[in-house]
Design a protein around this ligand. Structure first.
Ligand SMILES: O=C(O)CCC(=O)C(=O)O
Ligand SMILES: [Fe+2]
Length: 308
């Protein structure tokens, strides 16, 4: 199965002589759509921070969705307290968490360090079971990740989660990996149309316009990004797929951490509360098994380059 229990890592890799090879091997496992699981959180997180984060779960009136943190701008979203001190404290906790995850990954997945770009971190204090969200935002339906506001041009979405709930597991479903789903469903979702348009004269003109718009902050999506957004929506809309596909439940126990490329590992969260998460974008040049990247899978299916 696509799952690795990581038992040989401690901060600093004590006692591990071939740490560079271990690190590369774990990157390759991830790129082949495995989930790396740590039964105990390897990321530095002071107990006091954990306690404060957990106490927020009772605070539903101030939290309407996930709390997000943008490390490059030191900006917190999704939380507002009447006491400005509380907001500043939460921002400082998220800032520290972001730094700690980056330190951990720089060592554990050393080949990617220096190459990734820091995306957002988040804290998810709400119970996932029974959340009432619009269809495309529902995370209890199987999907692959794609972010409308942050196109990757083929770069991969690496995410690290930690379940900080003291007693409740976080429960996910997964199914066949991206390459299998793409073979079955990418054409039905419109892959060829998107790929052919990108290669056409119209598509080239559209790129000129978009590169101008990108200067005023409109995200510039490649054909790959357009397809991945479409595929994300297509999977959530497709009740035949949702009901009929093979389902593999995954349980992330309290205090566990897991790392996964969520652009290639379809997932749905069924229940759980109080998870920390951090996202990194790993560019295609930094990959150890680039042929496994969704962009290469889609390029080989469609016979077109999708990076522009
Ligand atoms: O919060 C989770 O466990 C995963 C939710 C999800 O699918 C996502 O954030 O993309
Ligand atoms: Fe997701």
């Amino acid at each position: 199965l696509f799952w690795n229990n990581v038992t040989d890592y401690q901060p600093g890799w004590p006692g591990v002589h071939d740490r560079n090879e271990r690190s590369r091997w774990y990157c390759e496992q991830l790129e082949q759509a495995s989930i790396l699981f740590f039964a105990h959180n390897p990321i530095y997180l002071p107990q006091e921070h954990r306690d404060i984060l957990i106490s927020l779960r009772q605070d539903n009136s101030r939290i309407h969705k996930n709390i997000s943190y943008r490390p490059k701008l030191d900006k917190l979203r999704g939380y507002s307290s009447h006491q400005p001190g509380e907001t500043a404290r939460l921002r400082a906790i998220m800032q520290q968490y972001s730094e700690s995850v980056t330190n951990f990954l720089s060592e554990f997945l050393a080949p990617y360090a220096q190459h990734w770009s820091l995306d957002y971190a988040s804290y998810r204090p709400l119970e996932e079971e029974g959340r009432d969200l619009p269809l495309h935002k529902r995370n209890d339906l199987l999907h692959i990740d794609a972010f409308p506001s942050r196109p990757t041009k083929g770069g991969r979405i690496l995410r690290v989660f930690t379940n900080i709930h003291p007693t409740k597991p976080r429960v996910w479903l997964t199914t066949d990996r991206f390459d299998v789903l793409a073979k079955e469903l990418a054409f039905a979702a419109g892959l060829q149309k998107i790929a052919d348009h990108a290669a056409s004269a119209d598509g080239r003109w559209a790129r000129v316009t978009k590169s101008i718009l990108s200067r005023i902050g409109v995200p510039e999506r490649s054909a790959y990004d357009r397809f991945m957004l479409r595929f994300h929506d297509y999977l959530k809309e497709n009740s035949e797929f949702q009901n009929g596909c093979r389902k593999i439940p995954l349980e992330f126990t309290p205090d566990s951490t897991w790392i996964v490329f969520t652009d290639a590992v379809p997932h749905a969260v069924l229940s759980g509360q109080c998870a920390l998460e951090h996202t990194y974008i790993v560019p295609t040049d930094a990959l150890l098994a680039p042929d496994k990247a969704p962009i290469r899978v889609l390029e080989s299916l469609s016979g077109r380059s999708l990076s522009a």
